[in-house]
Design a protein around this ligand. Structure first.
Ligand code: NAD
Length: 431
């Protein structure tokens, strides 16, 4: 089939290579000129393990994937997936400007299309958005009727950056929120080609809510265990042992219960904040979800508090921050805990040296002046008065890197027993 993917970020590119590898002709549309050019040269514009080589094969050898800036070039596409970003870098919150723009441009494409086309919304949108905003925009710009002349479905994405290719090859479920049966049937056929995982068909609002509820639940687990971890620390208990004990209970499990510096990234914080806002607009105060955000707001800053307790004033102290990406194996720094920690250190008068294996370029565009970017972890650690580990990259796990240093670990990156033997001082954010 001829397929179009609008938006070539983490979700768009992973979706594109998955479909192209299955023999479809994929056209990626992105308004970012340099991104389009990189993709057409077989170069991955972002860091995601395994994506680079797949993209290279599909663009260069097989020529089954191309990127364009002009929506006119997707008039032949039978299915158009919308994967544009819904994250505002300036507010760290949801912003639907991109998706409304994409819907109006796709509407113009639909107007010229001679036969049925399906539009699939993969971007995360608050329940009701496809019905109330996206479909009216598509209808306005196409002068066609959804369900009759074109189809619409919501297909939320659950990939995790860092293991996105693996996830896209064997997802745990596919959710299809259909506007009409033909839309659902067309998308289900396509999904079955890619994987044999369970497919759940719902209406559009329910599909949108499944994505938000999933992210809200995951965020709740993290803030829950961080709160328990903060309590455990005061009681002299190791929260990681507590999780081992809790996790044996099949009703609980041990996934997503790693106490530490809190969650970041372009999804959990923004989706939770959007759900809280939506609830408020409807006259309901989502108290539990508000608290999840509040616990998270403070969690990363606990690293700085611990450093202050140990070093006294941070004025003129040299602090190394290891890890800028919001989690390992990605270059994504959006709403990363390090972006809370570093400004606070600067505010306290510290000199800040930073290092991340892949996210330095992205971080340079965001971090304030005065931060020193180092060539390696040891370069950052050398001559520092204290080391804060904010992201648990594998290369930070070698305790011998920290010989004689004061280390505050935000992610249980180090083995506490070994770390205590080599470090001058070792403390975890909640252990
Ligand atoms: P991203 O910011 O990495 O990429 C979005 C891309 O869309 C960019 O390349 C941008 O240039 C392009 N774009 C924006 N507006 C456009 C327009 N009108 N026309 C053409 N291109 C346009 O985004 P992402 O992280 O891939 O996320 C996409 C959506 O998927 C978001 O709604 C996000 O919440 C959701 N999601 C993301 C993840 C994740 O791990 N990143 C996981 C699940 C769901």
């Amino acid at each position: 089939m001829n397929l179009a993917i609008v938006g070539s970020g983490y979700v768009g590119l992973v979706t594109s290579v998955g479909l192209a590898a299955n023999g479809h002709h994929v056209t990626c549309v992105d308004r970012d000129h340099s991104r389009v050019s990189l993709i057409n040269h077989g170069i991955c514009p972002l860091y995601e393990p395994g994506l680079d080589s797949l993209l290279q094969t599909l663009t260069k050898e097989k020529r089954s994937l191309i990127a364009v800036e002009d929506y006119n070039e997707i008039t032949d596409s039978e299915v158009i997936f919308v994967c544009v970003g819904t994250f505002s870098e300036s507010t760290n919150k949801t912003d639907f400007t991109n998706i409304i723009d994409a819907a109006s441009q796709i509407g113009r494409v639909l107007q010229r299309a001679p036969d049925y086309r399906l539009v699939v919304i993969k971007s995360t949108v608050i329940p009701g958005t496809t019905e109330e905003i996206i479909i009216p925009t598509l209808e306005k710009y196409s002068s066609k009727k959804a369900g009759r002349e074109f189809g619409v479905a919501v297909n939320p994405e659950f990939l995790q950056e860092g293991s996105a290719i693996q996830y896209s090859q064997s997802p745990d479920r596919v959710i299809i929120g259909e506007h009409d049966q033909k839309a659902g049937d067309t998308l289900e056929r396509l999904c079955h080609e890619l994987s044999s995982c369970p497919v759940l068909r719902t209406n559009m609002r329910t599909a949108e809510m499944i994505k938000y509820a999933t992210n809200a639940f995951l965020a709740t687990k993290i803030s829950f265990i961080n709160e328990i971890g903060n309590l455990c620390k005061n009681l002299g208990i190791d929260v990681y042992e507590v999780v081992k004990g809790m996790g044996c209970d099949p009703r609980i499990g041990d996934k997503f219960l790693n106490a530490g510096a809190g969650f970041g990234g372009s999804c959990l914080p923004k989706d939770l904040a959007e759900l809280v806002l939506k609830a408020h607009q409807m006259g309901y105060e989502a108290q539990l979800l508000r608290s999840v955000l509040k616990v998270n707001d403070n969690q990363a800053l606990r690293l700085v508090e611990i450093a202050k307790k140990r070093l006294g004033s941070l004025e003129h102290r040299v602090i190394a921050v290891l890890g800028l990406a919001f989690k390992p194996n990605t270059d994504d720094v959006r709403a990363a805990p390090a972006l809370k920690v570093i400004p606070q250190l600067l505010e306290e008068g510290a000199s800040v040296k930073v290092y991340d294996p892949v996210a330095m370029r992205q971080a340079k565009m965001i971090l304030p002046d005065g931060v020193k970017f180092c060539a390696s972890a040891s370069d950052a650690i050398n001559d520092s008065d204290g080391v804060l580990i904010v992201t648990e990259w594998d290369e930070f796990k070698d305790e011998s890197l920290y010989r004689g240093k004061l280390v505050i670990d935000g992610r249980r990156t180090l083995n506490p027993e070994k770390a205590r033997q080599v470090c001058r001082y070792y403390e975890g954010v909640c252990w």
